[in-house]
Ligand binder design. Structure first.
Ligand code: PEP
Length: 256
């Protein structure tokens, strides 16, 4: 069985100027020189992608878009296609982030179309799922996660194949940007459930290979405990990915 290499993905959201972005990339590169056994990715705003790509140079750090439109071109003012992300240097794309779902009305059906478009262009999708506080308190976490997985990965289910490079990110909405982290036990319980869903809908090998990241107020102080859980394969990091002094120790969690 292949070992899953942990991945740490920095979601910059709508933050950082070009100058700040280049400085941060240079600090991250310096902070992880010679570090092996982890994957690192950054996801800047669209307008920064080419500059960040240049700043990354020969580094192994991967680049992701924060969203895309499922059509390849056309009259879609304000949108960006999968092919455009590839042209800008992206290898990955974050899809279905809870901010896209709640603030911009994205549905699982739309995310499914986006996943298909990403794959068609050769991008690895990072598909986000997670319950709100109300849903958790109403004991609906597993129903919501199942609904989101069923809907957002409908293409894969219909084709009965899920590329094992696909990355899933469990991000409880109540933990994003709030400072409230799910306990490692709470996160592990849901991650295990997600892996079981993959196994039931596809097969055991895919379930073993797929990486499931945790997202929600990950910081240097909680990264190691979260990473000690068997089904947590890395983190999608928002706020703490904007500061090298926070993001680097998260990536270097093994040393803390
Ligand atoms: C996110 O937005 O994906 C996220 C996890 O944010 P934060 O780390 O700030 O909670």
């Amino acid at each position: 069985m292949a070992e899953r290499i942990p991945m740490f993905a920095g979601n910059w959201k709508m933050n950082l100027s070009l100058e700040e972005s280049e400085r941060l990339i240079s600090q991250i590169k310096d902070g992880i020189t010679n570090l092996e056994g982890v994957g690192v990715l950054v996801s800047p705003p669209f307008t920064s992608l080419p500059d960040v790509k240049r700043a990354l140079g020969e580094s192994e750090i991967r680049l992701a878009g924060q969203n895309l439109h499922w059509e390849s071109s056309g009259a879609y003012t304000g949108e960006i296609s999968a092919g455009m992300l590839v042209e800008a240097g992206c290898t990955h794309v974050i899809l279905g982030h809870s901010e896209r779902r709640t603030l911009f009305g994205e549905t699982s059906e739309m995310i499914d179309l986006k996943v298909k478009a990403a794959l068609g262009a050769g991008l690895t999708p990072i598909v986000c799922i997670g319950e709100t506080l109300e849903e958790r308190e109403g004991d609906r976490t597993f129903d919501v996660i199942t609904e989101q997985l069923d809907g957002s990965l409908k293409n894969f289910r219909e084709g009965k194949i899920m590329p094992s490079s696909t990355i899933l990110a469990y991000e409880p909405v109540w933990a994003i940007g709030t400072g409230k982290t799910a306990t490692p036990e709470q996160a592990q319980e849901v991650h295990q459930f997600i892996r079981q869903w993959v196994s039931e809908n596809f097969d055991g090998e895919t379930a073993n290979d797929v990486r499931i990241l945790y997202g929600g107020s990950v910081k240097p102080e909680n990264a190691k405990d979260l990473m000690s859980k068997p089904d947590i394969d890395g983190a999608l990091v928002g706020g703490a990915s904007l500061k090298a002094e926070l993001f680097i120790p998260i990536i270097r969690f093994r040393e803390s």
